[in-house]
Design a binder for this molecule. Structure first.
Ligand code: SF4
Length: 403
């Protein structure tokens, strides 16, 4: 027998959210962390409401993007204590990719059927490392972000893959440049809490993790009508209340500009070589609860993503919490941010998704609802999208033809 909901407040909040009503902060806190209520909302009730809301906006379709991951540089001026991607010059794995390396990797992705080139990189390493400045000078660039813009152009023109840049904090001038070559751009908000920047907490030595800077990047992208990927990182020492506030900040941004194409909920995983090696990871139940609350806060139409590889064999259960996207899956490159966690094969993703009654569809680096919208992509990128999209805006069945 199902356990009954713990309190009238929680029951009302769930019923209203299930009907698609906009959720207040107080209601979200009751569902996420009791907020003075005697018991937490039973997980199955929360998951049921989140699934109902997803059904209203997304039906039975669950998506993924076939991508090649291009780690343009592992050098970074920040020192987030959960990060295994960043390196200092001289450390094993410290690298700036040359244009030839970028093209070779993108081409490998194209041949394997990828349609997205995801550029991930450390934040502005030239600000603290002479080695980074020297590399950029030899390539003819003053800063990493200009080099990134040029590499996006190169990949778009020479391979036809759609770039999606995820370089950290961006200003308006850079976004203007990226709009000429990117189908969408991204920046994880991670969390709106400035508390996480205090000594001993994960963002203490990460100047680019100031929440106001990240919100400003999201806002600048919104002003420019650029499809934007963002999300939260959970389990890094934040409270549930801070998670809720972060989701509410994303919702507010989307309500203002209508440009948030997807929201990722990413769970922290401990790794032996990071300062947070012994920090507790969020449990599967915590992940499910957070995802369900995210769906209820964000509503039926926002795309909600959870990376399957970070839940290992439990990943199909994430579908119970209202997600409708698995994110980028690469047939050629590992997850450089979580190198210990292999992506499931696309065939397994399809089998598990269909076993739960959903239809798995490949999407592009830009979601179907944004493909059709005026102003959201430059004419040049629109031309490239036209060669890759089916009539309904999802990815067509074929691969990218060599230009
Ligand atoms: S998470 Fe990003 S910003 Fe932080 S250290 Fe790693 S690469 Fe740098």
């Amino acid at each position: 027998m199902r356990k009954r909901i713990a309190s009238t407040k929680a029951e009302t909040a769930l019923e209203q959210a299930g009907r698609g009503q906009r959720m207040s902060r107080e209601e979200a806190l009751v569902l996420a962390c009791r907020n003075g209520q005697p018991e937490p909302v039973p997980l199955d009730e929360l998951l049921g409401a989140a699934s109902q809301v997803r059904q209203q906006g997304k039906g039975k379709t669950v998506t993924f993007s076939k991508k090649v991951f291009i780690p343009l540089t592992t050098l970074c001026r920040d020192y987030c204590s959960y990060c295994t991607f960043r390196k200092d010059p001289g450390q094993p794995g410290a690298h700036f990719m040359t244009p030839d390396e970028v093209l070779a990797l993108a081409e490998q992705g194209r041949r394997a059927g990828c349609k997205e080139a995801l550029f991930s990189l450390g934040d502005q390493p030239e600000r603290i490392f002479p080695e980074a400045r020297e590399f950029l000078r030899r390539q003819g660039y003053a800063c990493t972000l200009d080099y990134l813009a040029a590499m996006c152009e190169l990949v778009l023109e020479r391979t036809g893959l759609l770039p999606h840049a995820n370089p950290g904090v961006m200003d308006g001038a850079l976004l203007d440049k990226l709009k000429g070559s990117n189908a969408s751009v991204g920046l994880m908000l991670e969390n709106v809490s400035v508390r996480l920047m205090r000594e001993g907490l994960p963002h203490a030595n990460a100047p680019d993790k100031v929440p106001a800077l990240r919100l400003r990047t999201m806002e600048e992208a919104g002003k420019r009508s650029m499809a934007f990927t963002t999300g939260i990182l959970i389990g890094i020492g934040e409270t549930m209340e801070e998670r809720v506030d972060s989701l509410l900040a994303i919702r507010a941004m989307h309500e203002k500009y209508g440009h948030i194409q997807e929201v990722i909920v990413q769970n922290f995983r401990a790794k032996p070589d990071i300062p947070m090696a012994h920090h507790a990871e969020p449990s599967l139940e915590e992940m499910l609860r957070t995802l369900a609350v995210a769906r209820l806060i964000l509503g039926a139409r926002v795309n909600l993503q959870a990376p399957p590889n970070l839940s290992y064999d439990d990943f199909p259960r994430l579908l119970d919490a209202g997600i409708n996207d698995w994110g980028g899956i690469s047939p050629v490159t590992k997850d450089f941010i979580n190198p210990e966690a292999a992506w499931p094969q696309i065939s397994r993703l399809q089998k598990e998704t269909e076993a739960r009654g959903f239809l798995l569809r490949e999407r592009l680096a830009i979601y179907p609802e944004f493909v059709a919208r005026d102003k959201f992509v430059s004419p040049r990128v629109r031309g490239k999208i036209g060669a890759l999209a089916a009539a309904d805006g999802f990815a067509s069945r074929g691969g990218v033809e060599a230009p």
